[in-house]
Design a protein around this ligand. Structure first.
Ligand SMILES: Cc1cc2nc3c(=O)[nH]c(=O)nc-3n(C[C@H](O)[C@H](O)[C@H](O)COP(=O)(O)O)c2cc1C
Length: 178
C-alpha cells in the first residue's frame, strides 16, 4: 500500500479545491491510501517557536512523515498560493535540521473558477518547493479551470476531470514508488 497525504489550502465552505481533493481520493488506485492532513488548525509559525515547538505543529510534521508522498491541493490567491499553504510548508521545515520534506515526494494540484486554473499559484510553488530538497513531480500537472462548471452541487466532478484526476494520482503513486 502506498500512502499519499494531502492538504487543501482552503477551508471555505463549498471550496472547489476541497471538491478536487475529494475527486482525487475517489479516483485513487486501489493500492493507494489517501490521508487528509488538514492544515486548518495550524497556528501561524514564528521563529521563536523553535525553542519550544508547539505540539500541534509537531503532530502535523509526524502525520507528514508517516506518509510516502505529499500532495498540496491549493487555490490561487492574488496570483499566488494562500499564506496558509506557505505557513504549513514552513512548519514542515522547522526547527532547523528537522525538515520532514527532504527527499519526500511532493506534488501540487489546484482548481479555480477562472480560465487559468491556478497556474500562477502553481508556477510559484514550482519555484521554491524543489529548493527544499523534496523530490518534486512536475508532470503531469493538474490545474482545473472553470471549476464552477466542473463540479456539481454535491462536489462530483465531470467525466473529463475525473479522468484527469485518475491519471494524475496514479502517476504520483508511480513516481513515489520509482
Ligand atoms: C483573496 C482572494 C484572491 C483571489 N485571487 C485569485 C487569483 O489571483 N486567480 C484566480 O484564478 N482566482 C483568484 N481568486 C478566486 C479563487 O480562485 C476562488 O475564490 C476559488 O473558489 C478559491 O478556491 P476555493 O473554492 O477552494 O476556496 C481569489 C480569491 C480570493 C478569496
Amino acid at each position: 500500500m502506498t500512502t499519499i497525504g494531502y492538504f487543501v489550502g482552503s477551508w471555505a465552505e463549498g471550496s472547489v479545491n476541497r471538491k478536487l481533493a475529494r475527486t482525487l481520493v475517489e479516483q485513487a488506485p486501489e493500492d493507494v491510501e489517501m490521508r487528509d492532513l488538514d492544515i486548518s488548525g495550524l497556528p501561524l509559525y514564528g521563529r521563536h517557536l523553535d525553542e519550544d515547538f508547539p505540539q500541534v505543529m509537531q503532530d502535523f510534521k509526524d502525520r507528514v512523515e508517516a506518509v510516502d508522498g505529499l500532495l498540496i491541493v491549493t487555490p490561487e490567491h492574488n496570483q499566488s498560493f494562500p499564506a496558509a499553504v506557505k505557513n504549513a510548508v514552513d512548519i514542515l521545515t522547522r526547527p532547523g535540521g528537522t525538515s520532514v520534506l527532504r527527499g519526500r515526494p511532493v506534488t501540487i494540484a489546484g482548481a479555480s473558477p477562472g480560465r487559468f486554473g491556478t497556474i500562477s499559484s502553481q508556477s510559484q510553488l514550482r519555484q521554491f518547493l524543489p529548493m527544499l530538497g523534496v523530490r518534486f513531480m512536475g508532470t503531469p500537472n493538474l490545474a482545473v479551470g472553470g471549476a464552477k462548471d466542473v463540479f456539481d452541487d454535491d462536489g462530483v466532478a465531470d467525466e473529463q476531470t475525473a479522468a484527469r484526476a485518475r491519471k494524475f494520482v496514479a502517476a504520483f503513486a508511480d513516481f513515489i514508488r520509482a
